[in-house]
Design a protein around this ligand. Structure first.
Ligand SMILES: Nc1nc2c(c(=O)[nH]1)N[C@H]1C(S)=C(S)[C@@H](COP(=O)(O)OP(=O)(O)OC[C@H]3O[C@@H](n4cnc5c(=O)[nH]c(N)nc54)[C@H](O)[C@@H]3O)O[C@H]1N2
Ligand SMILES: Nc1nc2c(c(=O)[nH]1)N[C@H]1C(S)=C(S)[C@@H](COP(=O)(O)OP(=O)(O)OC[C@H]3O[C@@H](n4cnc5c(=O)[nH]c(N)nc54)[C@H](O)[C@@H]3O)O[C@H]1N2
Ligand code: SF4
Ligand SMILES: [Mo]
Length: 649
């Protein structure tokens, strides 16, 4: 039996190091690496399904051409040669008639390995295609933190165990950051106090004091806490003097967030707010893990701005965790920036439907993403994808909802069938993914696919054909965060990266800026604001994550999910709805039909549905979600969706 070092490539905080056991080119067992300091060898519910996933009968194993209508999902097997010729002929034809910008590549984090994620961009840069802005997830919070701190990295997992208090603010880490949650449990056993701030009861909210502010009111809460800390002299004057900029203006600004006002806006009692503020100022060091879900609101950027400044008040350098994916790898080299000859036109992925309405895009090349489940305002996206003159190529492991619309569908490998190198947006380890087995069927990795396409296009740039290990070697060699060789990394499987110092601030003043000069330059408010979110319909629809699903993946290897919407008892009574009733859920974007589950999990005025489920007629939850974007990072605002619910039967 062969032992292979692998890394789970899912878009997940944990980026787990795995060991894959192989016999005769067949995977027989998958284990977590017990010696990995952060992921510690235990697997999540999804990874425990990997054997089923890799050998699933649902896999796309051969290139296929669509024979039915778009969306119908009827295909006929063709050869790679036919597929590659058809795609490259189409690319050449579009470039001739409309220019390269009429070709759009749409990718996201299906495979987060540096090669499989970035290498395909060399091809698209070489042909001059339009690109997609990765705004669907956490870009508002990244920009928010950057305004006050420079780069947006924060604390690391090791700091969790040193903390006397941990705040999980708008994150359901028991499900979305399992190995982080486990560290928090360990810290709790060692005496740390845990707070969870979330309007919804979750698995995570059971582990500490649960504070349930009104949805979207967190900036007011943070500003109120800041005011309390300042008014009661609980702040660290020396730290503020030495490491921060604009404190006096901030102090003035938060003055209006009195306990009365903060309590009114957030719906929390004054006691809840003061108890939290007292603990926060006294139990040091501490850490706030700022979630991504909470930041997908119209005011998400403001929320993160307000929260991330709290540690600076009490004398902590970057006392938060948000997104640690800040590295010094040469992305220009990795993506072949030098190959681009025409200016890059780019489209905000959240508004894909709107952007494609004018018909200027003639071809969309999708890989590592399932936009026909994961994008908001689905009715519009679907209408666009149905247009016969939009040529759609999809490269995926499975026949997804998006694949059903493809003109050409291409088979992708799983990570067991390819090589890569991985970094995490949470911990500081880099890890390798060795190829465990040969590709199943005729599947090709993202890297191999784009090498083939370059060949069929007749492109000569050597970057388009560079060897995978050579690229990894070059990346490591150029990085100041790396103090080991590729051979050392391969023999151990993972290694620790050096990180940026926590007390360095890449802002105009070189300090933490309570008053952000960058924001001022950009015409934004230099100080974080509370902005009220209002909608035309009365109920907030939250669409969070589930333990057993990653994005829209793993649905085929998990038990079926019931198409339910969870609603509060008072909202149910008002509408004559009883537990188990069939209800219409609607707003101006559309209507879907779900089963009502009456629960105290959600407060009044809030409903919850997991976004990957389909309704009783096969329509997805994102039919209802808004494609409005934030001023910060052009980020999505899924959770600022408003709906009404009507009993059907
Ligand atoms: N199992 C699993 N793990 C995952 C993923 C997955 O799909 N499945 N996806 C990965 C990815 S891509 C991401 S982005 C992360 C997401 O990780 P999380 O941020 O944990 O994900 P969500 O479940 O969207 O949101 C977390 C919480 O935010 C709360 N929330 C919503 N609005 C507000 C608000 O106004 N205030 C406050 N305080 N809380 C609010 C919700 O109630 C929810 O419990 O997880 C990653 N990990
Ligand atoms: N309503 C609502 N919608 C949301 C969110 C929400 O909170 N609410 N969250 C948003 C967020 S944070 C995110 S990150 C997005 C996720 O959006 P997407 O990235 O579109 O989500 P996934 O379903 O993970 O799609 C990844 C696809 O890549 C495929 N894949 C995996 N590995 C490979 C590979 O090696 N090569 C290729 N070619 N394909 C591969 C998988 O099979 C899968 O179909 O969803 C967003 N949508
Ligand atoms: S999905 Fe996340 S927690 Fe599960 S194995 Fe992959 S990286 Fe680890
Ligand atoms: Mo995400």
């Amino acid at each position: 039996m062969r032992k292979v070092f692998a890394t789970c490539p899912r878009d997940c905080y944990d980026t787990c190091s795995l060991i894959v056991y192989v016999e005769d080119n067949k995977i027989v067992k998958i284990e977590g690496r017990k010696d990995h300091p952060t992921t510690q060898g235990f697997l999540c519910s999804k990874a425990r399904k990997y054997l089923k996933y890799v050998y699933s009968k649902d896999r796309v194993l051969y290139p296929m051409r669509r024979v039915g209508k778009k969306g119908e999902g009827k295909f006929k097997r063709i050869s790679w040669e036919e597929a590659l010729k058809e795609i490259t002929n189409k690319i050449k034809e579009i470039i001739r008639e409309y220019g390269p910008q009429a070709i759009l590549h749409y990718e996201y984090a299906g495979h987060c390995g540096l090669l499989n994620y970035y290498f395909p961009l060399r091809f698209f840069n070489a042909i001059g295609a339009s690109s997609i802005q990765h705004t669907i997830c956490d870009s508002a919070g990244e920009e928010a933190i950057a305004l006050h701190y420079g780069l947006h990295y924060g604390s690391f997992p090791g700091d969790i165990l040193k903390a006397k208090m941990i705040v999980l603010w708008g994150i359901n880490s028991a499900w979305t950051n399992l190995h982080g949650y486990t560290l928090v449990l360990k810290a709790k056993r060692n005496g740390a106090k845990i707070y969870v701030i979330d309007p919804v009861k979750t698995k995570t909210s059971n582990i500490g004091i649960h504070i349930r502010p009104k949805v979207g009111s967190d900036a007011a809460l943070a500003l109120g806490i800041a005011n309390y800390i300042i008014e009661n002299n609980l702040y660290d004057e020396k730290f503020i003097e030495k490491y921060t900029f604009g404190f006096e203006k901030f102090k003035e600004h938060v003055k209006s967030f009195t306990l009365d006002k903060t309590s009114k806006i957030t719906g929390l009692s004054k006691e809840e707010i003061t108890n939290f503020a007292e603990d926060y100022a006294n139990l040091k060091p501490n850490i706030i893990h700022i979630g991504y879900g909470m930041q997908r609101h119209l005011n998400g950027g403001e929320i993160v701005r307000a929260i991330c400044l709290l540690p600076a008040l009490i004398g902590l350098h970057r006392g938060f965790i948000y997104c640690n994916g800040v590295r010094d790898f040469d992305l220009d080299y990795l993506t072949g920036k030098n190959l681009r000859k025409v200016p890059e036109k780019s489209i905000n992925m959240v508004q894909l439907g709107m952007a494609l309405k004018n018909g200027e895009i003639k071809m969309i090349f999708i890989y590592g993403a399932n936009p026909l489940i994961t994008l908001p305002n689905q009715n519009l996206v679907r209408r666009i994808f149905q247009q016969e003159d939009l040529f759609i190529v999809v490269h995926d492991i499975f026949k997804t909802e998006t694949a059903n619309y493809a003109d050409i569908l291409l088979p992708a490998t799983t990570f067991f069938e390819t090589v890569d190198v991985h970094v995490s947006y949470w911990h500081e380890y880099i890890s390798i993914n060795e190829k465990a087995i040969e590709p199943l069927g005729e599947a090709k990795s993202n890297v191999e696919l784009f090498k083939e396409l370059a060949r069929y296009m007749g492109l000569n740039d050597k970057e388009l054909y560079e060897d995978e290990w050579e690229i990894i070697r070059n990346l490591l060699a150029k990085s100041k965060m790396v103090n080991f060789t590729l051979e050392e990394l391969r023999s151990k499987g993972f290694a620790k990266l050096k990180t940026f110092p926590k007390d360095e601030y890449q802002t105009p003043s070189g300090k933490i800026e309570f008053y952000s000069q960058k924001a001022e330059q950009r015409g934004l408010n230099p100080l974080p604001q509370h902005v009220e979110i209002k909608g035309k319909y009365p109920i907030f629809l939250l669409t969070p994550r589930h333990r057993d699903i990653l994005g829209s993946q793993f649905r085929n290897v998990m038990p079926r999910f019931e198409p339910v919407i969870e609603i509060n008892i008072e909202d149910a009574v008002e509408r004559g709805i009883k537990d188990g009733n069939i209800v219409a859920v609607y707003n101006d974007l559309g209507e879907i039909v779900l089963r009502a589950k009456v629960s105290d999990k959600v407060p009044r005025g809030v409903a919850l549905a997991y976004f990957f489920i389909k309704d009783l007629k096969g329509r997805c939850i994102n039919t209802l979600t808004t494609d409005e974007t934030q001023i910060y990072g052009g980020c999505s605002t899924f959770n600022s969706t408003f709906i009404e619910i009507r009993k059907l039967k």
